[in-house]
Design a protein around this ligand. Structure first.
Ligand code: ADP
Length: 891
């Protein structure tokens, strides 16, 4: 029901409550009236029926009495006639008496007098002539006999002329020999009587004789036919002397009509007088009464409906007011007052509502006050929180700023360190043009070692910083996984064997595959793990296993390093992967190290999308699990070299440092390119605008216009073809990269400039395929590099360098052994650096890598480790020279 609509209308449709009340009232009134009327009708029906039965009984009884009297009268007249003893009365007297009697009683049609022997003395008749003294013997007649036997005789009804009913009535006189007076009585009187009886309008009375035959009926025909009713059950019970039921009987009359009937017995004759009234007439008053009652019922019902309407409206209107009031209170209108004036419970309820609304008003007011107070408190708290937040934000910004400052500081320091180092290293590389004496070369090597040590140091710190700043990017390429794993193992095997450890490597067939990943980083992690195992295992075995499983369309390398070493306490299992953490303080003393290895290893592993974990218990060895996802190789042959060295580029070298400019220029020339030098940003822009360049090598830190600004300006020139701009910087932080990308620089070349790096960067930029031109990881010699160097410097120069390397290498190995023996870590580092540098000049990558590792960790190495490292380097030097001999032998 749409209540809201109801409110707006003048006469709202009856509500459910209204209808309920209305129906209830009407139903109640109807029930009461109906019950009343039904009872009324029922009782009046019964009364009416009983009344009718009583009237009929009365009529029947009175008719019976009249008939009885009629017969009795005739009987007494006859008795009077026969009262005189026969001997005293003469026949003539009798005749006269008889004539007198006939005159007196018109119903008597004939009178006969019989003497005591049954002889007829007198017979006077209205129809025939009188007979006097005929003496006819009638003693045998049933009339005479029955009369003599019982003193009186009522004969059967018979008809004369078929229309007049007659009956013989005989009386015996008094005395011992009484006469018998016989009268033939005309019963028309009874007929008249019956016809006169008025039973309602259509009812009738009739008489049945002792034999059950109809002898008088208002309709003549049934009586004349002497209809036999002896079979009728009521006639039967009447003749048997049973009184009729007080309430009358309902039966079918001769014309098969339903009638209300009763009867009475005519005393002397044993006849029955029936009085019958058709039911239709008998009940007509009852039906009329029912009709009246029904009419009254309808009228009263109408009144009841009207009364119910009024009453319901009186009840529903205040209830509706209450409902609407409650609704308005529910919707927040507490000002509302209900004005119900019914002077009953509803008015009391309305008052309650008004009081409740007032209460609610008060409560709301209190609540609102509280809410206002609470809001004020909250606002205060919010302001405070905001103040705290902005303080925290300031602190955070300060921290971010500090971090950025640190990154900048690192970059600047590296730059400032690297710039002179760059110069030094470049000049040192150029100095050795093959004309130096042995002493000069040694001095040169020493200088180079010092420089490379410094570069390695700066690189180590930078790598760590880069990892920490999450800016380290992977350098992915194709490589042979089995070679990498085996090379790492082989590299460490001598160290393990030197300590008397069993050293086993088992690789699944799947490892024998070309894969795509970052072999340098992977190699570093493997070497770190194996190196730790060797380092922390005094005796027993080191087992390496490698397997490759399919992994979502790619490959998953699983590598484990299990040792029988000192083990790691459970609480350190996670901590050893943190920066600068060692299992306990004695480790540093006993084994040296910085606690950075595993931290870098894990970070590198995660950078590659893998995971590094450990299982270990103190005293029972450790097992490190490494998993690294790898892609299948992009090219089938990872050692494939596709590079055309004949490219000669026009290169604009932009650097504010004169040494760097010189070195860069010389290197570019050495690489066969055509360099032009600009000493600051603005002249670089001017040169770029006036001359076509293939490549611009842009130093970032310059006093007037920095590299990014200059690159941006050059981009704006929209040169065709656009030169590729390569940044020269040590700062590879994310921020720096983003800044560079904004200026259209996507390639970065680390400082100091190294010939190989320079060449690779320039050429790989030019020809993307050449990016893969890298040595097979773990190989002893970078053949590509060697070939390139041969091309660049000429076979004679390479052969000279080869000889030089053999000699200086042997000397350096000797020096390394001595330094290790003496525990002189400084000398060890220097010598290994020299060896590494010399090795790298001819592409002996594994030796050079190992040298730089030893060089970097020399300071922290124990004496035993130093000795092991020296032995290992000697073995690696031997192996590398053999490999180089084989490669350089003219085929
Ligand atoms: P470093 O070896 O330079 O101390 P790492 O980060 O490589 O640093 O290792 C951290 C520490 O973890 C080591 O100092 C050593 O206590 C423990 N550790 C690493 N590998 C092993 C191993 N195989 N057996 C026992 N302890 C080890």
């Amino acid at each position: 029901m749409n209540e809201t609509n109801d409110q707006g209308r003048a006469t709202p449709p009856p509500s459910r409550l209204f209808r309920k009340y209305l129906y209830s009232f009407v139903a109640l009134a109807f029930a009461a009236l109906a019950i009343n009327t039904t009872l009324d009708v029922w009782f009046s029906y019964r009364e009416q029926k009983q009344l009718l039965a009583a009237i009929q009984r009365e009529q029947a009884a009175s008719a019976a009495i009249q008939i009885g009297q009629f017969i009795s009268q005739i009987e007494s007249q006859l008795r009077w006639m026969s009262r005189l003893p026969p001997d005293l009365s003469a026949r003539e007297d009798n005749r006269l008496n008889a004539i007198r009697l006939l005159r007196l009683s018109p119903a008597i049609a004939e009178i006969a007098q019989l003497d005591s022997r049954g002889r007829e003395q007198v017979r006077v008749s209205r129809r025939v002539a009188d007979r006097i003294g005929s003496n006819e013997d009638l003693s045998a007649s049933p009339t005479f006999r029955a009369t003599r036997a019982s003193g009186v005789y009522y004969g059967p009804v018979y008809f004369v002329g078929e229309t007049e009913p007659f009956m013989t009535l005989a009386i015996a006189g008094s005395g011992s020999e009484p006469d018998v007076a016989i009268a033939e009585v005309n019963l028309r009187f009874i007929w008249d009587l019956v016809a006169r009886i008025k039973v309602g309008n259509t009812g009738k009375a009739y008489v049945v004789d002792r034999k059950g035959q109809l002898i008088a009926h208002p309709d003549l025909w049934p009586a004349l036919r002497q209809t036999d009713l002896s079979a009728d059950p009521d006639v039967k019970s009447g003749l048997a002397g049973i009184a009729p039921p007080a309430s009358g009987m309902v039966k079918e009359d001769l014309s098969h009509q339903q009638v209300l009937s009763t009867y009475a017995t005519v005393a002397p004759l044993g006849w029955l007088v029936f009085v019958e009234l058709p039911l239709s007439e008998a009940y007509a008053p009852i039906y009329a009464s029912i009709g009246r009652s029904a009419f009254l019922l309808v009228v009263l019902l109408g009144f009841a409906v009207l009364a119910a309407l009024l009453l319901s409206r009186r009840m529903v209107v205040p209830i509706r007011m209450l409902t609407q009031g409650a609704k308005r209170i529910g919707s927040g209108d507490l000002e509302q007052q209900l004005a119900i004036k019914t002077d009953d419970e509803l008015e009391a309820l309305g008052d309650q509502f008004n009081r409740m609304a007032a209460h609610l008003r008060e409560s709301y007011a209190t609540l609102e006050r509280k809410v206002t107070e609470r809001t004020a408190e909250l606002e205060k708290a919010r302001d405070q929180a905001l103040a705290e937040h902005s303080a925290a934000e300031r602190a955070r910004r300060a921290a971010v700023h500090a971090n950025e400052t640190k990154s900048r500081f690192l970059a600047v320091v590296s730059h400032e360190l690297r710039t002179p180092l760059n110069g030094v290293m470049g000049v040192l590389q150029l100095l050795d043009d093959g004309t130096l004496s042995e002493a000069q070369r040694r001095s040169l090597a020493t200088a180079a070692t010092s420089g490379e040590t410094l570069i390695a140091l700066v690189d180590a710190i930078l790598e760590y910083a880069r990892l920490e700043a999450s800016t380290e990017a992977l350098e992915r390429r194709d490589f042979r996984l089995d070679q990498l794993v085996e090379a790492a193992a082989e590299l460490m095997r001598p160290q393990a064997q030197a300590k008397g450890l069993a050293f086993n490597l088992s690789c699944d067939a799947g490892v024998d595959a070309y894969v795509h990943g970052d072999p340098v980083r992977l190699n570093r992690v493997l070497l770190n793990l194996i190196g730790n195992a060797v380092k922390f295992t005094p005796k027993g075995t080191i087992d390496l296993t490698a397997s490759v499983a399919p992994n979502d369309g790619a490959l998953l390398l699983r590598f484990t390093v299990a040792d029988t070493g000192i083990g790691i306490a459970p609480d350190m299992h996670e901590r050893i992967f943190e920066d600068f953490v060692q299992a306990d303080d004695s480790i540093a003393r006993r084994f040296g190290g910085t606690g950075l290895g595993l931290a870098i290893a894990r970070r590198l592993t995660r950078l590659m999308g893998g995971e590094l974990t450990v299982e270990s218990a103190p005293g029972s060895g450790s097992t490190f699990h490494l998993t690294v996802p790898l892609a299948p190789a992009e090219h089938n042959d990872a050692a494939h070299v596709a590079r055309d060295p004949s490219h000669s580029f026009r290169v604009l070298l932009v650097d504010d440092d004169p040494v760097n400019c010189e070195v860069g220029e010389a290197m570019l020339q050495r690489l066969g390119h055509r360099p032009t030098v600009a000493r600051n940003g603005s002249s670089a822009v001017a040169l770029a605008a006036s001359e076509p360049f293939d490549i611009i090598l842009m130093d970032l830190h310059m006093p007037d216009m920095d590299g990014v600004a200059a690159a941006t300006e050059i981009q704006k020139l929209k040169l065709q073809p656009a030169p590729r701009i390569i940044a020269l910087t040590a700062d590879v932080s994310k921020g720096a990269r983003e800044r560079l990308a904004g200026a259209g620089i996507t390639k970065i070349l680390g400082k100091p400039l190294l010939l190989n790096n320079l060449r690779e960067t320039i050429e790989s930029d030019h020809d993307e395929a050449s990016v893969t031109a890298r040595p097979a990881a773990g190989a002893l010699i970078d053949q590509t590099y060697l070939r390139d160097q041969t091309e660049l410097l000429g076979a004679a120069q390479i052969a000279r360098l080869h000889g030089l390397l053999e000699r200086t290498g042997a000397t350096l190995i000797g020096e390394i052994a001595k330094a290790a023996e003496a525990g002189d870590r400084g000398r060890l580092a220097r010598s290994t650096h020299q060896l590494g540098s010399a090795a790298s000049a001819l592409g002996l990558v594994r030796l050079s890598e190992r040298c730089s590792e030893v060089e970097l960790s020399a300071a922290a190495m124990s004496s035993a480790e130093c000795r092991t490292a020296a032995l290992e380097l000697a073995a690696l030097f031997e192996a590398s020279l053999h490999a180089l001999d084989r490669l350089l032998q003219p085929s």
